[in-house]
Design a protein around this ligand. Structure first.
Ligand code: SF4
Ligand code: SF4
Length: 132
């Protein structure tokens, strides 16, 4: 599969990016504006996880109202210069987060990669059929 054809897809039951411990997320924090940084810091729980993260169900308790900086589309806008690189950037981000929380050979990593492969195949099939 060509790298440019990869399609990012969030994995169920992951939540690795909801660990906000500032020392572990220095790069992300640096990219935020002062208001966003204040909001971010207000969300850091005593255990380093976001106070809105349900660690049992591994999901966001305020998903529909989550801050813009939690959305992968915002993250790619902050860090990606080219739209064409946004998918590979998002995939790299998730790999980094998942590796640091669960490990490179974890079930979470396998589930994420499987989801990306599936979404990428779906996209390729759509382009072959001329569907957008
Ligand atoms: S690290 Fe990636 S796959 Fe995991 S929850 Fe966050 S966006 Fe989804
Ligand atoms: S607000 Fe929701 S999506 Fe954002 S870090 Fe917290 S739990 Fe994760």
């Amino acid at each position: 599969m060509k790298e440019k054809a990869l399609q990012w897809k969030c994995a169920n039951f992951c939540g690795a990016c909801c660990r906000l411990a500032p020392l572990e997320r220095a790069e992300a924090l640096e990219a935020l504006d002062p208001d966003q940084e204040k909001k971010y810091m207000s969300m850091v729980g005593p255990d380093g996880w976001c106070i809105h993260y349900d660690t049992g169900a591994r999901n966001c308790k305020i998903y529909d109202e989550r801050p813009e900086f939690c959305k992968i589309s915002s993250l790619t806008k902050l860090f990606c210069k080219k739209e064409s690189e946004s998918n590979t950037f998002a995939i790299d981000c998730c790999h980094q987060q998942i590796r640091s929380i669960y490990g490179g050979k974890s079930l979470e990593m396998k589930r994420f990669d499987k989801g990306v492969r599936y979404a990428s195949r779906q996209n390729q099939n759509k382009s072959k059929q001329g569907v957008n």
